[in-house]
Design a protein around this ligand. Structure first.
Ligand code: 5GP
Length: 211
């Protein structure tokens, strides 16, 4: 078995186009899996349990919090969302890279816990575009555009804390950029150290003689 996979955190305001971007990458790049979170929000029309999220009651969610099952969790738009430690770690152990679509609070916690995580912030090209995207997307009953815009204004300021920034103007370009980040992260020296050792062994243990 090769090295463990990489943890890739994707955050950005609602309407920045994160989910479409993430599914574009999942379709095209092998060995990348999506971390399916737990949430207390109701499923949208096309969503299926276990695909976009595991949909659970508040009671079940809080009992999982008490059981320390989450790597991070947060309250977003009046609902709870959490990343399952087991789900993520099982995939990483299998050598899969894991993509997480989580909010800025969760991302901060996770960056602290997993120092080698790669973080990517997605910005919409402008306020006007974000507003239009949110207006076209009336997903939930009571979907509050103004509230989401206000939250977006607060969230976008966090982009500085992330390793990478994608300005999502053209989906095709953004998908390529996210793929490049993932491919680049696989080439990090620290990630390749095991493979490097086996190459160096073929040179007769030069590594061991390193001054
Ligand atoms: P939505 O309800 O539109 O699918 O997601 C709302 C927000 O919750 C998004 O910003 C998404 O990134 C965030 N989110 C989804 N899953 C998680 C999670 O497990 N943890 C945290 N902290 N945020 C999440």
């Amino acid at each position: 078995m090769g090295h463990a996979g990489n943890l890739i955190i994707v955050s950005g305001p609602s309407g920045a186009g994160k989910s479409v971007l993430v599914s574009g990458v999942l379709q095209e790049l092998p060995h990348v899996k999506f971390s399916v979170s737990y949430t207390t929000r109701a499923p949208r029309r096309t969503e299926k349990n276990g695909v976009e999220y595991f949909f659970v009651s508040r009671e079940e969610f809080l009992s999982r919090v008490r059981g320390e099952e989450f790597l991070e969790w947060a309250e977003v738009h009046d609902n709870y969302y959490g990343t399952s430690r087991k789900y993520v770690d099982d995939l990483l152990r299998q050598g899969e890279d894991v993509l997480l679509d989580i909010d800025v609070q969760g991302a901060r916690i996770l960056r602290e816990k997993r120092k080698d995580a790669i973080s990517v912030f997605i910005l919409p090209p402008s306020y006007q575009v974000l507003r239009e995207r949110l207006m076209r997307r009336s997903l939930d009953a009571g979907f509050e555009i103004e509230k989401r815009l206000k939250i977006a204004c607060r969230e976008i300021d966090h982009y500085r804390n992330y390793d990478y920034l994608i300005i999502n103007k053209e989906l095709g370009v953004s998908v390529e950029e996210l793929q490049s980040i993932i491919l680049g992260s696989r080439c990090r020296t620290a990630v390749r150290s095991e493979s490097a050792k086996s190459v160096l062994e073929t040179f007769g243990g030069i590594d061991a003689k390193d001054p």
